[in-house]
Structure formats: structure tokens, C-alpha cells
Design a protein around this ligand. Structure first.
Ligand SMILES: Cc1ncc(COP(=O)(O)O)c(C=O)c1O
Length: 339
């Protein structure tokens, strides 16, 4: 199947499985897994931070990041469509008594700077308000890399108001490749940064939270508390090291294939490409609600895995080849011809 549902569907390659099988391991809860230690140091170095902590998922990485920044009764500012607000089951509120302050987002993944400013609650506040403690950004958002000037301006607003900053960089490496800059440049100025190894980078599991030694020390304690201490996790960390060593530069291929998909699908009657950003293509098919199932079954019968309808998000990744892109374009043309 050509699985375009998400880059989380990537499977570990035979080479990746080999390094996993031979990974040197120890008890990571005691800090004794050499492979985990190596991954954490490598991620911190690549992202220009002091320290890192390896966690099972991007969700846990964001959660322990927020918990390290904020106390009970604090709040963090976050985009209302951001993963760390909308898609993480309210973890910071449930487990940390930390209030999210969602902020309306623009189509390009940014938030208006004045709006960010306006949501920072004045202190002291006659005890009315939560303490605004942190600003969280997401890069990429829906595949879109944030404009560097916007990031710098938002960071400056946070800094001037005494807030710390967190970046959900689940797909930070896509942003770096697309903007032809270094991962450290994308991570610059943030107090903590979460990156995922299990999306376009192709590892089966894992994220790393990086930041100052102090914040990562606190996050490490939260990781233990939420059950993220994984013992002989070097088997998983080995996949992460392999991903960082081998699968970052090649993200450019995914972006190029997404462009090819954009061009091919855009030429089909009844299909409008809404946008293309890094490895994601958003399309809308001009069809009625009762035509969606039929359209999707033509795609599925052609071996194309999608989610949604009439709007679709198609994601390219290392398990999608050039011939898969051609087959996808043909499959959509075939499905569109049935409408
Ligand atoms: C932007 C973003 N942040 C965080 C996550 C969470 O990652 P995980 O699925 O590993 O919990 C995702 C997952 O898709 C994501 O897209």
C-alpha cells in the first residue's frame, strides 16, 4: 500500500533494524544506557542545546517540556490548532494543572504578534489571573516552516514579558531542509525544543527534548513520573541515531516528491490543490458527501492509503517512491473520473 496518511507510518529499514539489533544497552533510568546517552548528546549538539532527554513520543516530550517550564496554576500560550494544545488530550491541564491559553492561528501557522502580546496576563493581577509563563510555537505547522523573522519577533515578545519558550519541532528537520539552514538555527532562542524521530526521520519510536541542563534535569524527573523511563531503551535510541545520521538530508526528496504530487494532482479535473508545504500536500476534491466513500474505495483498490474526503492531507515520506507518486496521481485521476 502507498500510505500517504502520515509520515508516522514509516517503517524501520533493514539497515536501521540492524543497528537496533546490535545496540549496546544498559538501564537508562540509572543513566547507564550508552546508546541513549549518545543519542541525547547528539540531539543536543545538533540542536545547539546543553542537554537532551529521550522519550517515547512527541506528546510526552511536549508534556514534560511544559511541566518543566510551568507550575500548577500557570499557563502557556499556544496556537489553537497546535499539537501541544489540540491533539495531546489536555495532558498539561490534567497532569500539571497548567492552563493552556489557545491563540487563534493564521493560515501560515503563525499567530498575530499583537494577539500574542494581548494574551499575556498582567501581574500582579489581584489574584485573578493564571500566571502566564511560557510561549509554545510549532515548526513546521501543517508542513509549513515558520518565517524566521516571525519566530524571532515572537521570542522577543516572550522574553520582554519574562516568559520562557518551547518549540514543538516534531518536524523541525523538515523546516531546516526546506529553508536550507541548520537544525540549530531553527532551534535558536528557544529554551526547550522537542523533535520527533518517528516521523519523516523513519525511526519506529521516540522523540528527544533538548534545552538547558537545568530544564532537562527537571523534565527527566517528569519523564520518570509519567512512566517514560524505559530501561534498555538503547535498542530504540539506536534507531534514532541512525535516523539523525542518515535520514535528515534525504527529507529534501520527500519535499520534491510532494511538489511532484502537487503538480500532478493539480492537473486533474475536479481536484484543487489547496497548498503544498514541505512533505504535505492538501487537496480538495469537488464531490458531494455521498460520493466520498466511492472515491476513497477506488483509491484503496488502487493501493493508495488516504484519510478524509473531500479534503485530504497527503504526506510524503521515506517509504514513498517516485513510482508511488505516479501511481497516486493515476489513482486520483481514476477516482475523479468516476464522479
Ligand atoms: C506537530 C506535532 N507535534 C507532536 C506530535 C506528537 O508526536 P507523537 O505522535 O509521537 O506523540 C505530532 C504527531 O503527529 C505532531 O504532528
Amino acid at each position: 500500500m502507498i500510505d500517504l496518511r502520515s509520515d508516522t507510518f514509516t517503517k524501520p529499514s533493514p539497515e536501521m533494524r540492524k543497528v537496533m539489533a546490535h545496540a549496546e544497552v544498559g538501564d537508562d533510568v540509572f543513566g547507564e544506557d550508552p546508546t541513549v546517552n549518545r543519542l541525547e548528546a547528539q540531539a543536543a549538539r545538533v540542536l545547539g542545546k546543553e542537554a537532551g532527554v529521550f522519550v517515547p513520543s512527541g506528546t510526552q516530550s511536549n508534556l514534560i517540556g511544559i511541566l518543566a517550564h510551568c507550575q500548577r496554576g500557570d499557563e502557556y500560550l499556544v496556537g489553537q490548532l497546535a499539537h501541544a494544545y489540540k491533539w495531546e488530550a489536555g495532558g498539561a491541564a490534567v497532569l500539571g494543572s497548567i492552563q493552556p491559553q489557545p491563540i487563534e492561528m493564521n493560515a501560515d501557522g503563525t499567530m498575530d504578534l499583537d494577539r500574542i502580546r494581548s494574551y499575556i496576563k498582567p501581574q500582579p493581577s489581584l489574584n485573578h489571573f493564571a500566571h502566564t509563563k511560557m510561549l509554545a510555537l510549532e515548526n513546521t505547522h501543517d508542513g509549513q516552516p515558520l518565517p524566521p523573522k516571525y519566530v524571532a519577533d515572537a521570542q522577543a515578545i516572550a522574553r520582554d514579558a519574562g516568559l520562557s519558550t518551547h518549540l514543538d519541532g516534531a518536524r523541525l528537520f523538515n523546516a531546516a531542509v526546506e529553508q536550507a539552514t541548520s537544525p540549530a538555527d531553527i532551534a535558536k532562542g528557544f529554551d526547550t525544543v522537542s523533535v520527533c524521530l518517528s516521523k519523516g526521520l523513519g525511526a519506529p519510536v521516540g522523540s528527544v527534548l533538548v534545552g538547558s541542563a537545568d530544564l532537562i534535569g527537571q523534565a527527566r524527573r517528569w519523564r520518570k513520573m509519567v512512566g517514560g523511563g524505559m530501561r534498555q531503551a538503547g535498542i530504540l535510541a539506536a534507531a534514532g541515531i541512525f535516523a539523525l545520521d542518515n535520514n535528515v538530508d534525504r527529507l529534501a526528496e520527500d519535499h520534491r516528491r510532494a511538489s511532484d504530487l502537487e503538480v500532478g494532482l493539480g492537473a486533474i479535473d475536479r481536484i484543487a490543490v489547496d497548498k503544498r508545504a514541505t512533505n504535505m500536500v492538501f487537496v480538495t476534491v469537488d464531490m458531494a458527501t455521498d460520493q466520498i466513500d466511492g472515491f476513497n474505495s477506488v483509491l484503496n483498490d488502487t493501493g493508495i492509503g488516504v484519510r478524509g474526503g473531500p479534503s485530504y492531507r497527503l504526506v510524503t515520506h521515506l517509504d514513498v517512491s517516485d513510482s508511488d507518486i505516479s501511481a497516486t496521481i493515476d489513482g486520483f485521476a481514476k477516482a475523479a473520473a468516476t464522479l
